[in-house]
Design a protein around this ligand. Sequence first.
Ligand code: NA7
Length: 539
Amino acid sequence: MSDSVTSAPTDRFDAVIVGAGFAGMYMLHRLRQQGMTARVLEAGSGVGGTWYWNRYPGARCDVDSMEYSYQFSEELQQDWEWTERFAAQPEILRYAEHVADRFDLRRDIAFATRVTGAAFDEHAGRWTVRTDRGEELSGQFLIMATGCLSSTNTPDFPGLDTFAGDVFHTGRWPTDGVAFAGRRVGVIGTGSSGVQSIPIIAAQADALTVFQRTAAWVVPARNEPLDPDVQAAIKADYPAFREANSQMIVAFGSRYPSNDVSVLAVDPDEQQRQLEARWNHGGLQFMGAFNDLMFDPAANAVAADFVRAKIHEIVDDPAVADLLSPDTLIGCKRLCLGTDYYETYNRPNVTLVDVGTEPIAEIVPGGVRVGDEVHELDTLVLATGFDAMTGALAAIDIRGRDGLALRDAWSAGPRTYLGLGVVGFPNLFTISGPGSPSVLTNMVVSIEQHVDWIAGCTAHLRDQGLATIEATLPAQDAWVEFVNAVAGMTLYPSCNSWYLGANVPGKPRVFMPLIGFPTYAEQCAAVAAKGYEGFTLSA
Ligand code: NA7
């Protein structure tokens, strides 16, 4: 909060939007289309959100580029040409910049401006938003487009600040890149960011030491140049392709749908055949080889054994292969897509250190100490992930009715209605908030669905002469119960994933995303059709 600003806000908007990633950009565009004024506040110096910050080597989307893109404009989706099956970070960032230019978004975005606090004025029925530049803005609506994976998690390693070399977090990568040649590099963390960056760093550095706490499940991405015929075929009827994807549980992958058969209902040859086909195809659809992999531990074990066997086929040293072989359920933490990931451990300049059994003791000026051994390093890369889904919201001092802090309202875990609204916080919307499908889907599809719903809602309020909308407690309680019940039908809650907040010490253990996009989208539409059932609307 800025102490220096005491005057009433001079900048008044229909909406203040926090974040200029895919969500904030489209939200601005939609509100403009319906004649509303909006200001976007963005901490970075450019648009793109996730794709602005995550510039680490190898950063790439795990959803096909023909799907990981906006569908709101037919001209945009026809004009833009993707070059690879899975787009790399620079290409996605160029796309975001293209969208910003094409729809003239930048004139309503304040860059290098971090929101520090926001308070709801019950008398005025408006939000006052404060920034680190000492500004105050007033908005009837406060729309949080702050992203699910934007608040980085830097573990509290003793001595981290004493390290003599450079330290980089993958989620805050310098815009001018990092030179690894001639360096001894350490990477801590083997989630998606580690898995994507490790092979590239290994190829550039003198030596690479990977500190692994939990072995990740990695299946091949099989990225390749995008076949122009595939691109043309999709563009021949892009809306039909989008519609087919919107009917998928995860809102992507309609070209390679799940195999609706139990792995336990077929013989071992057929099990291997299906898993091998998915392994060779590449991508997250590996988990769609059978319909029960995320429901039944015995079924999951078949897929897990298959991947462990692959790891032992690829990795030369059996001890290293053992260490790389997870003993957890496959797909329970977010599956990782790799390119030469396991192969990288056959390189003579790569060392794998197990920090699961013996944790990192401390960081010293010359490296990382594990037990009695100091691993000598010049550069340290933290691929240690994010305070997912709630971190970016909790970092802002958001105050609703009676000064209630969102952080306090969520001290035992996030509670929302539809992942869109929160009791006690009128006119606050969270795009891809906890309790919505978000990270278990193609994010762009989820974002567009949320933005369209919020835009429809704000237009409805205006047309009806209404001032505020707020979730009701019974609706919110029922929603939280529903999200938990759906998760409880699967194996998802049974491992220490960031979906549960288990990666951040002290964070309440609550399964945050809702599984299942199509049903969710229908529920949101039904709520709106019934006059925003479960919300209180007031004049
Ligand atoms: P993730 O998937 O959360 O991975 C973080 C990694 O960092 C993971 O291997 C962690 O081990 C490791 N970690 C975290 N804290 C520590 C400590 N204290 N010591 C050692 N190792 C640690 O983040 P990513 O950025 O890779 O990926 C995030 C999402 O972005 C990804 O799922 C995709 O959706 C895109 P752990 O497994 O917790 O034992």
